[in-house]
Design a protein around this ligand. Structure first.
Ligand SMILES: Nc1ncnc2c1ncn2[C@@H]1O[C@H](COP(=O)(O)OP(=O)(O)OP(=O)(O)O)[C@@H](O)[C@H]1O
Length: 251
């Protein structure tokens, strides 16, 4: 499997607080990588370094190297806007815009200069189909996105993210606010999307990581304790701390 993301000795500080400690990690292309670990261990922080969302938090300092496709995304030549266009993100709480379903999905393509109605129609349809939402909304595209259920809203947010054709999809506990059936739908959707996108997901739910991911990364106190193919990490972890965590002895 080809490596897409290469992280070398990454350290991140929130002012004085050392939140990521010497993190080294590779993330394979077109597969799902799950970040697990107890609350506050740095999962979301590392996820946010991948699209430079942490840049927006004052006092954040980063050392080390983070390569995507061989390019250091923290180099001064990288334009953050261009980088973020290639990296979609879905959050814990579905956050559709207070606009129609259609306008939510068309938002990114319009921002990037697509104005042709037929082209936009096609992008909206194909993105909603990819997000397995099309059949539920195709007759109501002009309705407000806020009228959808939580699970539908989250699939709409995924459609919105993929409408600009990113390389990477980041999911930060994207199912933790959803009911079990909606959660299952998003998990199934992630399985389908991984053939086209590299997915990195933070999850509180170890079973979810075990169910859907190819690779799992276990964090503790800002460090990566261990990362491995999911099957290996859950059946035969190398580190005692991983074993303690996955068997429920802490966290
Ligand atoms: N903006 C910030 N300023 C200062 N400290 C922060 C900031 N964001 C996060 N932290 C701290 O950094 C550490 C890692 O936080 P992070 O949100 O990455 O953990 P997490 O593993 O994703 O946790 P959770 O599972 O609870 O979301 C925590 O101790 C947190 O308090």
């Amino acid at each position: 499997m080809k490596t897409l993301i290469n992280i070398n000795r990454l350290n991140l500080y929130y002012t004085q607080f050392h939140a990521l400690k010497d993190v080294s990690l590779t993330i394979p292309e077109k597969a799902i990588t799950a970040f697990i670990g107890p609350s506050g261990c740095g999962k979301s922080t590392l996820l946010r370094t991948l699209n430079r969302m942490n840049d927006m938090i004052p006092g954040t300092r980063i050392e080390g190297e983070l390569l995507i496709n061989g390019e250091d995304i923290y180099s001064s030549e990288v334009e953050v806007e261009t980088l973020r266009r290639k990296i979609g993100m879905v959050f814990q709480q579905p956050n559709p815009f207070p606009k129609s379903i259609y306008d939510n999905v068309a938002y990114g393509p319009r921002l990037h200069g697509t104005t042709n109605k037929r082209e936009l129609d096609e992008i909206v349809e194909s993105s909603l189909k990819s997000a397995v939402l099309w059949n539920e909304v195709k007759d109501n595209l002009k309705r407000s996105a806020l009228g959808l259920s939580g699970g539908q809203q989250q699939r709409l947010c995924i459609a919105r993210a993929i409408a600009v054709n990113p390389d990477i999809l980041l999911m930060d506990e994207a199912t933790s606010a959803l009911d079990p059936i909606s959660t299952l739908k998003i998990e199934e959707l992630a399985q389908e999307l991984k053939d086209k996108y590299t997915i990195v997901m933070v999850t509180h739910n170890m079973h979810q990581a075990a169910r859907v991911s190819h690779q799992t990364v276990f964090f503790l106190n800002g460090e990566v304790v261990e990362y491995a193919e999911t099957e290996k990490l859950f059946s035969n972890p190398t580190d005692q701390r991983t074993e303690d965590y996955i068997t429920g002895r802490f966290g």
